[in-house]
Design a protein around this ligand. Structure first.
Ligand SMILES: Nc1ncnc2c1ncn2[C@@H]1O[C@H](COP(=O)(O)OP(=O)(O)OP(=O)(O)O)[C@@H](O)[C@H]1O
Length: 287
């Protein structure tokens, strides 16, 4: 049996991002396949979040292109779009390193607020929403139904009426993912979703990511320092150091790559330490 060819969802081509004299991303090229999990790893300050910021319209790259192969709209040049259109039109949606839920709102309300674009359109940016016209009511009911679906799929439905800020940290991270899923992403960009999680929560995150990709066919771009997550769930990994791509391949290829081990833990001629360094990149420790 032939294995179906993988389609490229996103092509990052010769991307450079400079902040004054500092080059945060340096001539970076990377392909993100559709329906897979692509991990992006690299030491602190390597340029990973800057890549997400370029991708999601928060920064305008100095040079280079970000081409999204959208199944309905054809090629979309993400570098030309402001952030709200990256999310709304290109359906590239992100989470952030720090939790950005509305702590006093309930879990359900957080998921409905995330869909404000849909609700705004239904209100025709007028007082239709205030007068509760049928089109608006329908959109509102659909938003609630979509939120309820994702709460159920992510095992959060019992918590729908709890204030988000009062829930354990690991749950809040899961709510953030549910919130991103409510806006129907074509590409879900997760910035360190395992940050602050304990080992049990990290293992649950692994299961969730494998479910989203394996069962639902979602395309995920994952920045992560926790090697026990990234090596377990990624189909493909790109490694960045000082803004440049230094390696890419399967988790197995990347974790044994001498350049990667060196980038993470520096040069060391001591034979005993070299085994420890491989262990750290492979998931034995967080760098
Ligand atoms: N808005 C900005 N202005 C100036 N420098 C910036 C800006 N954003 C990022 N940088 C710099 O760009 C470099 C890359 O930062 P970035 O946050 O992308 O790294 P990272 O790989 O995500 O790091 P970490 O793993 O620690 O989150 C760093 O030197 C950082 O200080």
């Amino acid at each position: 049996m032939n294995t179906p060819a993988t389609t490229t969802l996103l092509s990052v081509r010769q991307l450079t991002m400079r902040f004054g004299g500092l080059t945060a991303i340096d001539d970076l090229s990377l392909e993100v396949p559709a329906g897979k999990i692509t991990g992006i790893i690299g030491p602190n300050g390597a340029g990973k979040t800057t890549l997400f910021n370029c991708l999601t319209g928060f920064y305008k790259p100095t040079t280079g292109s970000l081409r999204l192969n959208h199944p309905r709209h054809g090629e979309i040049r993400l570098e030309t779009l402001p952030s709200h259109r990256v999310a709304r039109d290109a359906q590239v949606v992100r989470t952030f390193q720090n939790i950005r839920l509305f702590p006093k709102m309930t879990v359900l309300e957080n998921l409905i607020v995330a869909q404000h674009n849909v609700l705004q359109r239904a209100s025709k940016f007028s007082i239709a929403g205030l007068f509760n016209l049928p089109g608006y009511r329908r959109a509102e009911a659909e938003s609630i139904a979509r939120a309820a679906t994702w709460l159920r799929r992510l095992g959060l439905e019992q918590l729908a009426d709890h204030a988000a800020g009062e829930l354990p940290y690991g749950i809040q991270r899961r709510i953030e993912i549910a919130r991103a899923l409510c806006v129907d992403p074509l590409l879900l960009c997760l910035d360190e979703p395992a940050a602050g999680l304990n080992p049990r929560e990290s293992a649950e995150l692994n299961d969730l990511l494998l479910y989203l990709s394996g069962e639902l066919g979602l395309s995920i771009l994952l920045i992560e320092h926790d090697m026990s997550v990234v090596m377990r769930v990624s189909d493909h990994i790109g490694v960045i150091s000082y803004g440049r791509k230094i390696a890419e391949g399967t988790p197995e290829q990347v974790k044994n790559d001498p350049q990667v081990i060196k980038a993470y833990l520096g040069e060391d001629d001591d034979e005993d330490d070299s085994e420890q360094r491989t262990h750290a990149v492979a998931g034995g420790a967080n760098p």
